[in-house]
Write a protein that binds this ligand. Structure first.
Ligand code: GLN
Length: 507
């Protein structure tokens, strides 16, 4: 039975003749975004609830010339859509259209090199010699009328044939297995160039921040659907030192995630100019974020559509179980202490459906999952970082120079905590820049500069937290480094408040 989906998207029909690899054909086709439907080889074309854009006849264990071997419904030719036969499929095409298939002396199992002849669309843009995977004991000895040979090996003269004007193709090898070089590209040629099937099998977008949750969610997504997942990293100008560049390397190079970096730092900082109210800062950042993310997603969608690929239909979110619990409590979400930075607004605007793979997990379980996925420890154990970033750690107006001061101080602070081996004992640590000036003396001169507040807390769930008992010697070292190395700071203080009544972040 065909599924409901088949009628909604351009669909390639795969008729299964029993090969062990048939499902891989569907898998490969899905990788480049086209929907395919796998049905039994005995399917009657008249019973189909949809018209396929093309048909693939799979391999199979039988011999076409044997009594009782399965055959394709001849009505398949009346569909007048392209047909590709793979192995048994090729033999079936040749056998039923007046060619000849015989048991051959030289069976081919495993690797073989095909030499491509002519200019067939099937091999367009591939190579002249391709290493492929074979698995057959029968072979075509005579091609039907009107067919030409487009590739051969030294034992199989008809390794690939076509009747271009009817868009019928047959190949003796298995492009669906990963051992065949360029197999996916060959299938893509058939599906996209010959069948003109649109990759309407939809895409997923998701925002990544370089933090644990979004990275793990993104990794899972890209493992599941590869390049059809597009991660977007928005540089809001208030991230930590080197954060964007480092996240890019990690996500793109180490984890192989399809990533777009949107540098919108000027836009964010421009909008934050003159704003001192913490809630207003959060709102500006949240809204600007949505705007930039949407624009970026729209760009990706446009590019993909132009290349025949599909629409974005899903949004990936790194929601954890505590977020879910909060929203189902009987009073609904509790009083807003701080507006949380999220992409909730996107759902209404873009009409996207949400995917939340981490929805049932607590933070420590997410970290465990990260370790199982072999994600770098450095990232798995990273302290949480708020969406509005350094903007809420620069108290008062957020200017590029203030951000720079907070960023440098924070970097030194975290570096020293790590060196002292305390990073994992602390749940969250950061430096905040206070908008007060105090008098100091440096090199016999009076200074009148700002204050850095160091915060470090211990907590399991971030709902309540206690301040961390930082060793004095370490505090001394950090304070002296910050004052010496960060221009604009002449005083460092350590925050000794618990949550409640204070909060973890200062704003
Ligand atoms: N049974 C056929 C053969 O041996 C087809 C094999 C296949 O499709 N892999 O040639």
């Amino acid at each position: 039975m065909a599924t409901q989906i088949a009628g909604q998207y351009d669909t390639i029909l795969i008729l299964d003749f029993g090969s062990q690899y048939t499902h891989l054909i569907a898998r490969r086709i899905r990788e480049f975004g086209v929907y395919s439907e796998l049905l039994a080889c005995t399917t009657k074309i008249a019973d189909l609830s949809f018209k396929p854009k093309g048909v693939i006849l799979s391999g199979g264990p039988y011999s076409v010339y044997e009594a009782g071997s399965p055959h394709v419904d001849p009505a398949v030719w009346d569909l007048k859509v392209p047909v590709l036969g793979i192995c048994y499929g090729l033999q079936e095409i040749c056998h039923t259209r007046g060619g000849k298939v015989e048991n051959c002396e030289k069976k081919e199992f495993g690797k073989a090199i095909i030499t491509v002849q002519g200019e067939s669309q099937l091999f367009q843009g591939l190579a002249k010699e391709i290493s492929v995977w074979m698995s057959h004991g029968d072979q075509v000895t005579k091609v039907p009328e009107g067919f030409t040979t487009i590739a051969s090996t030294h034992t199989a003269p008809f390794a690939a044939v076509e009747k271009a004007q009817d868009r019928i193709y047959g190949i003796q090898f298995h492009p669906e297995v990963t051992h065949s070089d360029l197999g996916k590209e060959l299938l893509e040629n058939f599906v996209v160039k010959i069948c003109h099937a649109k990759s309407s099998w939809t895409m997923v977008v998701g925002a990544v921040s370089g933090g644990v949750d979004s990275t793990i969610a993104a990794k899972l997504m890209s493992m599941a659907i590869g390049d059809r997942f597009h991660a977007i990293l928005v540089d809001n100008g208030v991230m930590r030192m080197n954060e964007c560049a480092q996240s890019k390397v990690l996500l793109q190079e180490h984890l192989g995630i399809n990533l777009t970096l949107a540098d919108a730092s000027e836009l964010f900082l421009g909008r934050l100019k003159g704003v001192t109210n913490p809630e207003q800062k959060r709102k500006i950042i949240g809204n600007t974020f949505i705007e930039v993310f949407e624009a970026e997603a729209a760009k990706i969608e446009k590019e993909q559509e132009e290349s025949g690929k599909g629409k974005i239909e899903f949004l990936l979110q790194g929601t954890l179980y505590p977020d879910v619990i909060e929203s189902i409590s009987f009073k609904g979400p509790s009083a807003t202490i701080k507006t949380h930075h999220n992409v909730g607004g996107l759902l209404e605007d873009m009409k996207l459906k949400v995917i939340e793979p981490l929805r049932e997990l607590f933070k420590d379980e997410v970290r465990e999952l990260g370790s199982i996925l072999k994600i770098d420890d450095e990232l798995v154990w990273r302290h949480p970082f708020p969406g509005p970033g350094i903007a809420i750690r620069v108290l008062g107006e957020v200017t590029p120079s203030q951000v720079e001061i907070a960023r440098k101080a924070d970097y030194i602070y975290i570096e020293e905590i790590k060196k002292a081996g305390l990073y994992r004992k602390i749940s969250q640590a950061y430096a905040a820049l206070l908008p007060v000036k105090s008098v100091g003396v440096m090199g016999d001169n009076r200074t009148y500069e700002q204050v850095i507040a160091l915060r470090a807390v211990e907590t399991t769930d971030f709902m309540t937290a206690d301040w961390f008992e930082m060793p004095y010697a370490l505090l001394k070292k950090i304070s002296s480094r910050i004052i010496n190395e960060v221009d604009g700071v002449n005083r460092v203080v350590y925050d000794i408040s618990s949550k409640p009544p204070a909060t973890i972040e200062w704003e």
